[in-house]
Design a protein around this ligand. Structure first.
Ligand SMILES: Cc1cc2nc3c(=O)[nH]c(=O)nc-3n(C[C@H](O)[C@H](O)[C@H](O)COP(=O)(O)OP(=O)(O)OC[C@H]3O[C@@H](n4cnc5c(N)ncnc54)[C@H](O)[C@@H]3O)c2cc1C
Length: 401
């Protein structure tokens, strides 16, 4: 039988990496994921194992100690990892975005300082745009940096930092009016600061507090936090790229690859939900036969499998477009939108196939049901993706009359 979500045209190296990661997921993640998730426990052994496999440095260039792999390889690994447990892919995702932003926009000194340690998983990245009063509308950021000699003084509150506690390097987007007079476009007056800190909670650096973990409905294990800056002093050489006013553009570039990543997570969770559904449907009997033999259930399985295939194809397309050096915001937006919506639907169908048992914490689908909604929100909601897609369509199909 042809398995779902196959990717054609992979190199031998890509296939080897993927099969190693898949093996790790089947042996080390799936058997423990649900138990750790119920305890909201950080999966330290799994993280250590992924470090050893080199996953933290997958896309970091070889000259900095990484594997120098493509976005496609990375996304396919993320898909596998999310199939095992979505939270683990969340631990890697912000790290990957920060490493990508450093690689693309960092000064040579910043790359030399951080990338080798990030490739080894010694320095772990988080990224922070959202604030208590905003998520979609990044241009409304109020956290601020003011220059004081060779340093900047940062004040403000940030919200929803994935890996806020466990990370040691946070890329923080704030408003910096220096050189950009009052009234200049918000996008030109934002700067990304590379903020180093101790892992943990409380005051992790003078002027910087990580209050504690936000209690969430799902996506447990990985820590999500606030971040409070109160007179936080950052040296000028920790402005990403060395120039202020480029932060919005740098973050949007990071989020664009992050969107392929979230699409990959949607694909992975949907695949797992399908696997659970198709297996349960052949074991549960009603009216004298396995429920898989009822046409209504077979139709459900057919719809689920079709969605898994479609989402995978769009995710791969978006990753390949970026790898070819082309702009991929349209493809990434479409892939993220479709994969997260389909993921939610496939998980819901697998849940229904499980009948009452789907509601029991003993069954893995219960966890997936609480995890899928996060993908509808993270890296931009469905409405934000549709705004990006719509804008691009009007550019491409401009009326010529
Ligand atoms: C578990 C978790 C982890 C996260 N991790 C991070 C992280 O690591 N770093 C980070 O910076 N952020 C992170 N976020 C924040 C996330 O990116 C935001 O929650 C998301 O962008 C949505 O922003 P919001 O919650 O402020 O919703 P809002 O922007 O307030 O939107 C509310 C609703 O209004 C809709 N809406 C908003 N504007 C429009 C419009 N113009 N037209 C139509 N509809 C609109 C939205 O689609 C949504 O349905 C995380 C969030 C969660 C839940």
């Amino acid at each position: 039988m042809a398995r779902l979500a196959q990717t054609h045209g992979l190199t031998d190296v890509q296939q080897e990496i993927l099969s190693t990661v898949r093996d790790f997921v089947d042996k080390e993640i799936i058997p423990v994921a649900t138990e750790l998730e119920h305890r909201d426990e950080y999966p330290q052994d799994i993280v250590d194992g992924l470090k050893e496999l080199g996953v933290f440095g997958l896309m970091i260039p070889e000259e900095y100690g990484g594997l120098g792999e493509s976005l496609l390889t990375y996304a396919l690994c993320v898909e596998e990892i999310a199939r095992g447990w979505m939270s683990v892919s969340g631990i890697i995702n912000t790290h990957f975005i920060v490493a990508y932003m450093l690689k693309q926009h960092g000064t040579q000194e910043q790359k030399d300082t951080f990338l080798p340690r990030m490739a080894a998983g010694e320095v772990r990245g988080a990224f922070s745009m959202s604030e208590p009063a905003l998520g979609s509308d990044v241009s409304a950021i109020t956290s601020k940096a003011v220059k004081d000699g060779d340093e900047y003084v940062l004040n403000g509150q940030k919200m929803w930092l994935t890996n806020g506690g466990t990370s040691t390097l946070v890329a923080v987007l704030v408003r910096s009016d220096e050189g950009h007079p009052e009234g200049s476009a918000p996008h030109k007056s934002m700067t990304t600061f590379l903020v180093e800190k101790e892992p943990g909670f409380g005051e992790v650096r003078p002027g910087l507090t990580i209050p504690g973990k936000i209690d969430k409905m799902g996506y447990k294990g990985v820590d999500t936090t606030e971040l409070i800056m109160d007179g936080l002093r950052i040296p000028a050489n920790r402005v990403l790229g060395g120039v202020t006013g480029r932060g919005f553009y740098q973050m949007m570039d990071g989020v664009e690859v992050g969107r392929v990543n979230v699409a990959a997570r949607g694909c992975g969770v949907a695949q797992r939900a399908f696997e659970l559904g198709v297996s349960y449907a052949q074991q549960r009997q009603t009216f004298g036969k396995p429920i898989a033999q009822h046409q209504a259930i077979q139709f459900k399985l057919a719809e689920m499998a079709t969605k898994v295939e479609a989402a995978h194809a769009m995710m791969v397309n978006a990753a390949r477009k970026k790898d070819s050096g082309e702009r991929n915001d349209l493809e990434a937006g479409m892939a993220k939108y479709l994969a997260s919506e389909y993921c939610k639907e496939v998980v819901e169908d697998a849940f229904r196939i499980h009948g009452g048992y789907g509601f029991s914490k003993e069954y893995e689908i219960e966890r997936l049901y609480r995890e899928a909604p996060m993908l509808l929100i993270g890296e931009g909601t469905a409405e934000i993706q549709k705004m990006i897609i719509g804008r691009r369509l009007l550019e491409e199909y401009r009326f010529q009359g």
